[in-house]
Ligand binder design. Structure first.
Ligand code: BES
Ligand code: ZN
Ligand code: ZN
Length: 476
């Protein structure tokens, strides 16, 4: 994708360099120049760029920073993304954005600038015979203390996002539960990470009834992936992460439509986000002990597939009547949340492409946030402000709990009407959290994008990776 270096001035080899300008700086230009730029569509606003060939060898790109007093990590990320998107043919770039982050120290601006410069360059070309994604080199022009460690942290974070996107973009037929788990084990090579993979036999012995129920219709055996991160020194807290790992969701016998199934290789995006987060924790030197659980299976229609009306027993002993086999995410999460709760962590956070209803409520640029702990939800909202991955809290109304009552089992897996689908799914999950502080991120369609925009590239977004890393890096 891109390799970064730090330098005091733009290296000679750079064929393109940015010239960041606030709206005030543009306004202060001589009238004729201002008119010229304005006719070319450049006023210094965030997102605006204008390429100027300076001396025949080097291109200068004017990059809008917006109003000086409105510069933020969010605006810098957008300015950086706009710059890098304008440099298509160039492979050696220099960026002076860190030196122009006027109200901010270069180290403070660095994560957002690195994300803005790197993430738009992400390409998934594993199946392209012609690899178009060119490797770029970007020199960050800045000086001051702490830049080198800040850059290595920021690089680990963009690598984690790229990993999550790679998993999300990989076809369901090739990223089977076994392949997911093997790739995870290989990636989690850092000595502070310990990976355990449960195969089908162990999953049976451990009574993970939800994973087995969903897996009944599949040719591929399930896996339960567990990764533990131990910080150096005493851990300041113990947090569990749980990610939905449905490697393909056909809906099962409650089959999806053609259109509904088209994107369902993305249904492991929560699991990929959790894995990616774990891989970055050693680099950001999180002080929190974190254990991740990713239940892995596809949801298929084989001859032994679970039937609407079937009942299974989840890991925590609760019985569930499955009336819609397409509400499968909550079944595998039921087991993984139960396992997570057994270790009595200080907080449990799950992340999942759980419902279309969350997107009906909030649209694609938000993930829904639900949870039993206001404190934990508050932490996630703060982290989300820092990374610009937008979350919006939805309620868990106790008066809706009875909608999950089943005449034959402890619970049914869908509500009794069409309303508040994201909240109903959340209320279902709450039964498996043993009353511990818990938050649930329902990605809905925020896991995917249709267009290249900002830091996003068509396909998997890697939503939630930066959010979870931010949360765990700065947990107090
Ligand atoms: N994986 C889907 C949810 C989904 C749909 C995520 C589209 C991202 C984009 C999930 O397993 C599902 O099918 N949920 C059902 C639940 C319903 C049957 C209660 C849904 O949302 O329709
Ligand atoms: Zn489904
Ligand atoms: Zn699903």
């Amino acid at each position: 994708m891109v390799t970064f270096s730090l330098s005091k001035s733009a290296p000679k080899s750079a064929t393109v360099v940015d010239v960041p300008m606030t709206t005030e700086e543009v306004a202060a230009l001589p009238a004729a120049r201002k008119t010229q730029l304005s006719n070319a569509g450049f006023e210094g606003k965030v997102g605006q760029t204008l390429a100027i060939v300076a001396d025949g060898t080097r291109t200068e790109v004017l990059v809008g920073l917006g109003a000086e007093n409105k510069i933020s990590t969010k605006s810098l990320r957008s300015s950086a993304a706009a710059f890098v998107r304008s440099t298509k043919k160039h492979s050696v770039l220099a960026s002076t954005l860190l030196s122009h982050a006027l109200p901010m120290e270069p180290t403070e601006a660095l994560p957002a600038v690195v994300q803005g410069l790197a993430l738009p360059l992400y390409r998934f070309d594993a199946y392209k015979t012609e690899k178009k994604g060119k490797q770029k080199r970007i020199a960050l022009v800045a000086s001051g203390p702490g830049l080198r460690p800040a850059l290595s942290k920021a690089s680990a974070i963009v690598d984690a996002v790229a990993m999550a996107r790679d998993f999300g973009n990989e076809p369901g037929g090739s990223l089977t539960p076994d392949v997911f788990a093997k790739r995870a084990k290989k990636l989690a090579a850092d000595p502070s990470l310990t990976t355990t993979v449960w195969t089908e036999k162990r999953i049976e012995r451990e009574k993970l009834g939800g994973i087995l129920a969903v897996n009944q219709g599949s040719e591929h055996p399930p896996r339960l992936l567990k990764i533990e991160y131990k910080p150096k020194g005493k851990a300041s807290a113990k947090v569990a992460l749980v990610g939905k790992g449905i490697t393909f969701d056909s809906g099962g016998l409650s089959l999806k439509s053609n259109a509904g199934m088209m994107t369902m290789k993305i249904d492991m995006a929560g699991g990929a986000a959790v894995l990616a987060t774990m891989l970055a924790l050693p680099a950001v030197k999180s002080k929190v002990a974190v254990t991740a659980y990713v239940p892995l299976t596809d949801n298929m229609t084989g001859g032994n597939a679970q039937r609407p009306g079937d009942v299974f027993t989840a890991r925590n002993g609760k019985t569930v009547e499955v009336l819609n086999t397409d509400a499968e995410g909550r079944l595998v999460l039921a087991d993984a949340l139960s396992l997570a709760a057994e270790a009595k962590p200080d907080a449990i956070i799950d992340i999942a492409t759980l419902t279309g209803a969350s997107t009906m409520a909030l649209g694609k640029s938000y993930a829904a946030l639900l949870g039993s702990s206001n404190e934990l939800c508050g932490r996630l909202i703060e982290a989300s402000k820092a990374t610009s991955e937008k979350v919006w809290r939805l309620p868990l109304p106790s008066e809706y709990r009875k909608k999950l009552d089943s005449p034959v089992a402890d619970l049914k897996n869908i509500g009794s009407d069409r309303f508040a689908g994201a909240s109903i799914a959340g209320l279902f999950l709450e039964n498996f959290t043993d009353g511990l502080p818990w938050a649930h991120i329902d990605l809905g369609m925020s896991a995917l994008t249709e267009s290249d925009k900002g830091t996003d590239v068509k396909g998997a977004t890697g939503f939630g990776v930066r959010l979870l890393i931010e949360l765990l890096e700065n947990w107090e």
